[in-house]
Every structure is written in structure tokens, then in C-alpha cells.
Design a protein around this ligand. Structure first.
Ligand code: DCP
Ligand code: MG
Length: 403
């Protein structure tokens, strides 16, 4: 039997801002766009939630509901730094931790705790340390499975603590709830089920065959979790294993000029942006892959606010490149992972900060102009063609020979 903790910070961005500025405490605080801008709510304090404001809501609607709220832009750098501190606390209790978002993770405490009593202590210790060391509150769910742990952490939010030790406890808790309590059931799936008269978890249990007929493989999975069965392991996230979107390139001859590699990363980043735009996905992580002349390969990655901007991909991958050993390179690549769609739980940079997006575009434009001059390239009317098929490869090889 596994023992899994799911931990999720309360009103994460808003809580960090309230911690750092006492004048904001107890107020309806909305983080996202400002009311006069185009954009959405990233998150809001629990005081603002009383007015009906919530994540992903259009900022104009939020303002209508809560005109006296305090509206602020997010400060992602700050949240990412806090996230790193959180992970440090969490990791001391877990043999494996799976990051879901900056403020959320599954922790496998089975072996470190050894028993349920100790696991409960871990849960309290995480809450206490988060409060004392970081001045923030979180909600903790402890359970025998990932699904149950996730539901447990939501059960008493904010500052929650809830334990679901067995599948029987899980089923008893959710049996009469809406099918959407099972996290794989989104709005569309719920609608399909509802149309067939399946509204609650109990209905799923009683109409298993119907659910499977309607939803196929997903239906099988949903019926299993409706009975509390979920053996999925907590797996430390490795970007190289995950669904990702990347572009990499092997050089004709090994390269030891790291300034040149930065230029290569610019083109690869633009290529990744184009691919991501085509499939309308954003990444919550950026990764760099380097294979050295001796065939040793390394991957480095960072979590980021959701983005697909070439500038963000480029700047992060250049930072990552700075941090790896500088030896001759045979292959280099960059990409996005932790992909989310437009309707994913997180929103993209561009949603909150149109001016940042604008600056990013300008940055890429300037950098490309520099590249043109340096390598005497003529991007004039064929920039779009460079990113098609073999041309990127040829362009970069040309740059390598003319640097
Ligand atoms: N977030 C975002 N866009 C969304 C949802 C969330 O940018 N549509 C960001 C802001 C949140 C953070 O991610 O602070 C964490 O997301 P959660 O869903 O965990 O929401 P909160 O932590 O803000 O609130 P809760 O107390 O409900 O967990
Ligand atoms: Mg949260």
C-alpha cells in the first residue's frame, strides 16, 4: 500500500503578495490583469472569492463583481523563488515528488514514513514548516492513492488537512457527489455522462458498462477510480520522458563557441514557438539538451510561468546553457514541456501582461537583426521559410561556417 501526500498552496500568488505587504491582508486581492487592461484573473484571495471572482475569469467581469478589490500584476519570478523553497521542504519528507505546478505536488512518503501515524505527522510538519519558515498556508491531503490524495487536499481548503486511508473511505466520501469530483472528468465528459443520466459517482458504479460504452478507455479508467482503485505511482518529473515540444540539431562539426550556441538557441526557440502556436499549446517548463562531442548527453530544465514565447524560451535556455560544463558540443536542443492548452489550469504570460509580450517580441526582433548582420544573412522576405523543413538546419550550418 502506498501513502501519498498531495500538497497545494492556498490562493498561491495572492498569499505571497499578502505575506509581503501587510496592507493587502484581509482584502479582496485579485492577481492578473488590471481592470482597464485586456486579460484575465490568475488567482484571487479568499476574500475576493466571496464576490464570485475566480481564476481564468475575464478581468472586466471580475471588476464588475468586485469593484473595490485590489488589482495587481503577478510577479512570477517571486513565485518561482517561493516554489523552490517549498520544494525543499516537501522533498525532505518524500522519497519521490511529482511537481504538478509551482504550488502543487504529489509526495510519495510510503518508505520515509513507514506507517500512517508517521505520515500524518509528516502532513502536520509540512503545514507547520510552510507557515513558520515561509509565512504561507497550504492544504494537505494524505491518502492511499493519487486521486484520493488530491481530493483530500481540496476537502478542507484553505489551510486544510484531510486523510483518506482506504478505498472504502474514499468511496464513502464521494459516492453521492457529482461525477466531476473525479478529476479526469472535465466539463465535456460530464455532459456526455449527464445526457445518459449518469450524474453521481454512484451512477458510474451502477452503470459501469454504459460508462465504458460511452467513453471507451477513459470510461474504464473512470469506473476504476469510482471504486477507489488507482495504483499510479508518484514519479519524479523528468522532462525528457514527458510530452514535450522541442527542436534539436546536430552540428556537422563539433562546436566549442558558446556565443554561437546562443545564436543557435535563438533560432531553435523561434521554431519551438511556431510549433507550439500551431497546436495552440503553452509550456510550463523549458528544457535545454546538450550532447557533447563524447556523446554524453545532459538535459537541464526550469519551471516557468506558462509561455510559448520565443523570447522566454531563448532567455531561459541561454541561462541553462551558462550553467552546463563548457565542452565541445555535438547537438543542442531546446523545448517546452509540461504542456497545457488554452483551457489548461494556468494561463499564459500574454493573458496578464500584454506589455511583457510586446517587449518579448521586440527582443526577438532585435536579436534576429543582430544575427543577420553578424552572419551576413538575409532574412528579409524568407524568415518564415527558414523554419520549414531542412532550411533551419542549412541556415545554422551556414552560420557555423561563417561565424
Ligand atoms: N493560476 C493561473 N491560472 C489559472 C489557475 C491558477 O495562473 N487558471 C496560478 C495562480 C495560482 C496558482 O496558479 O495562485 C496555483 O493555482 P491553484 O489552482 O492551486 O489556485 P490557488 O493556489 O490560487 O488557489 P487554491 O487555494 O484554490 O489552491
Ligand atoms: Mg493552490
Amino acid at each position: 500500500m502506498q501513502i501519498i501526500i498531495h500538497v497545494d498552496m492556498d490562493a498561491f500568488y495572492a498569499s505571497v503578495e499578502m505575506r509581503d505587504n501587510p496592507a493587502l491582508r484581509g482584502k479582496p486581492l485579485i492577481i492578473g490583469s488590471l481592470p482597464h487592461e485586456r486579460g484575465v484573473v490568475a488567482t484571487c484571495s479568499y476574500e475576493a472569492r466571496k464576490y464570485g471572482v475566480h481564476s481564468a475569469m475575464n478581468i472586466k467581469d471580475a471588476f464588475r463583481l468586485c469593484p473595490n478589490g485590489i488589482y495587481m500584476h503577478p510577479n512570477f519570478e517571486k513565485y518561482r523563488a517561493v516554489s523552490a523553497q517549498l520544494h525543499e521542504i516537501w522533498n525532505t519528507y518524500a522519497s519521490a515528488s511529482e511537481t504538478i505546478a509551482l504550488d502543487e505536488a504529489y509526495l510519495d512518503v510510503t518508505s520515509k514514513a513507514g506507517n500512517w501515524e508517521k505520515a500524518r505527522e509528516f502532513g502536520h510538519a509540512i503545514k507547520q514548516r510552510t507557515r513558520e519558515e515561509l509565512g504561507l498556508t497550504c492544504s494537505v491531503g494524505i491518502a492511499y492513492s493519487k486521486t484520493a490524495a488530491k481530493i483530500a487536499s481540496e476537502e478542507k481548503k484553505p489551510d486544510g488537512y484531510f486523510v483518506i486511508p482506504t478505498p472504502q473511505d474514499f468511496v464513502n466520501l464521494i459516492i453521492d457527489r457529482d461525477v466531476r469530483v473525479l478529476y479526469t472528468v472535465g466539463a465535456k465528459t460530464a455532459e456526455k455522462l449527464n445526457r445518459a443520466g449518469i450524474r453521481t459517482v454512484r451512477d458510474i458504479q451502477e452503470k459501469q458498462q454504459e460508462v465504458i460504452r460511452l467513453l471507451g478507455k477513459q470510461g474504464e479508467w473512470i469506473t476504476q477510480i469510482a471504486f477507489g482503485q488507482d495504483d499510479r505511482k508518484v514519479t519524479a518529473y523528468r522532462p525528457e520522458d514527458a510530452k514535450s515540444l522541442s527542436r534539436e540539431l546536430t552540428f556537422q562539426a563539433d562546436v566549442d563557441d558558446y556565443a554561437f550556441l546562443q545564436d543557435v538557441l535563438l533560432l531553435l526557440s523561434i521554431s519551438v514557438e511556431r510549433r507550439a502556436a500551431r497546436v495552440n499549446l503553452y509550456g510550463e517548463g523549458i528544457s535545454l539538451k546538450v550532447t557533447y562531442a563524447d556523446m554524453k548527453s545532459i538535459t537541464r530544465s526550469r519551471l516557468v510561468p506558462p509561455t510559448r514565447s520565443a523570447a522566454a524560451i531563448w532567455l531561459e535556455s541561454v541561462k541553462l546553457l551558462d550553467e552546463v560544463p563548457h565542452r565541445p558540443v555535438r547537438l543542442i536542443g531546446t523545448g517546452l514541456y509540461h504542456l497545457t492548452g488554452e483551457n489548461g489550469r494556468q494561463l499564459s504570460f500574454d493573458d496578464f501582461l500584454p506589455e511583457v509580450a510586446h517587449n518579448q517580441e521586440a527582443l526577438v526582433k532585435t536579436a534576429l537583426e543582430g544575427l543577420q548582420q553578424h552572419y551576413r544573412l538575409d532574412f528579409a522576405n524568407n524568415l518564415h521559410r527558414i523554419f520549414q523543413g531542412e532550411t533551419l538546419y542549412k541556415t545554422i550550418d551556414y552560420m557555423r561556417r561563417h561565424k
